[in-house]
Design a protein around this ligand. Sequence first.
Ligand SMILES: Nc1ncnc2c1ncn2[C@@H]1O[C@H](COP(=O)(O)OP(=O)(O)OP(=O)(O)O)[C@@H](O)[C@H]1O
Ligand SMILES: [Mg+2]
Length: 478
Amino acid sequence: MSKRVLIVDDEENLRHILSIILTKEGYEVEAVKNGREALNCLEKSIYDTVLCDIRMPVMDGITFLKAVQSSEFGVRSKTPETQNSKLKTLSLPTIIMMSAYGAIDDAIEAMKLGAYDYISKPFKSDEVILTIRKAEERERLRRENSELREVVKKDFGVTGIITKNEEMVKMLATVKKVADYKTTVLITGESGTGKELIARALHYNGGRGSKAFVAVNCGAIPENLLESEFFGHVKGAFTDAVRNKKGLFEEAEGGTLFLDEIGELPFHLQVKLLRALQEEEIMRIGDTKPIRVSVRIVAATVKDLGREVKEGRFREDLFYRLNVLPIHLPPLRERPEDIPALSSHFMGKYKDRHGIKVGAVSPDAMKLLMDYTWPGNVRELENAIERSVLLSEGENITVSALPPAVRGKMVSASPGTGLKTGIPSDNLSIKKAARAMEEELIKRALEKSHGNRTHAAELLELSHRALLYKIKEYGIKG
Ligand SMILES: Nc1ncnc2c1ncn2[C@@H]1O[C@H](COP(=O)(O)OP(=O)(O)OP(=O)(O)O)[C@@H](O)[C@H]1O
Ligand SMILES: [Mg+2]
């Protein structure tokens, strides 16, 4: 379908020439002689682009532009009928002004009022075509972007969060309500309960959704790098600072900074974070002037921060600053009613992803899913369902496709999966062997703890921070 252009100019000659040029380029063209007539056209029909003169009798270009941009016109042009017409993604046309030689001020005013561009008379035909093409390209990108945003919303929006639990439903209502505000939110809950999912929902459902969502795992970054990660640095601030670097606060400007595993933040950084939150400004390391930042903070932790405060590991003032709106996610074992819904949600997801046909979870298998305690919570259930989809042989997911832990058998390392397997046999480097062994041990601990990292860290006799760091370093999934 060819694009439609509306030409608005009081000079007959110019309307004629432009019509010829644009028709030759494949556009469907209509031409009128003033703003009033142009408004009538826009009410009756849909155009992609309007080429509009500024000085005209009856209604000039600026008045026309204001009328188009005014909400009244905008609302009228978005009535259900026009939305259901074949051009259902109706939006206002892109307006390009034509200004007389020397009337640059008019053109600038028009741009301020929302015109996309202007061309000065006299112009060459190439120039007109190029400007229209540019406007079309921008419009295409704009649409693509808003479609993308819709997709992202679907994935992370409150709609993508499955629950039948009353407490969770109430919590989701709160998430929707506060998404638009800059309120600091502290999300607590065991590993795998959906803390990051909620953080993203808060971001993508609010007015900041089109800006950045920056996630940082406070436990996975080496302590000595944390400050520069958060606040950035200027060139020369320390030996490795070879150039200026923006920190995460600046990266998240206008959007959300998700401080995951906030309970792992070292004490001296807690002070600096508190200051940044209170002042809403940060200072790059080595810099002398502060930078203002507008960032929404969402923090998450598996720890009981109140207890951390009592035991002197977490600053009380920072705790209160973060705990403005607490959201607690109950473990999956406390909301078994969510298991069937989540199971079919994940089945759908992995069926599509792996192109496998499976119908449902068999009643026996569902009973086992309901009886199991899910120490790794929703993440563990998701992994179990993915595995079952892959292993299922018939139409349904049956007991035999479920992970051993869910089937009630002990996870026993079969012979031959001893630690030796992780060690490269052709290499005698102690360093390499130690790394391989470390990786193997971490994987086992995670398996044993069903993906619960807090528990895995205890098994490994490692700090939670060190474990998170190593998981990231080795790229271990789970
Ligand atoms: N209610 C839910 N509906 C759908 N998917 C969910 C739900 N809760 C969690 N998930 C999924 O479970 C997985 C784990 O969730 P998430 O990463 O948000 O957990 P977490 O609490 O941040 O865990 P950890 O503390 O280990 O980082 C993700 O893939 C997430 O999409
Ligand atoms: Mg998480």
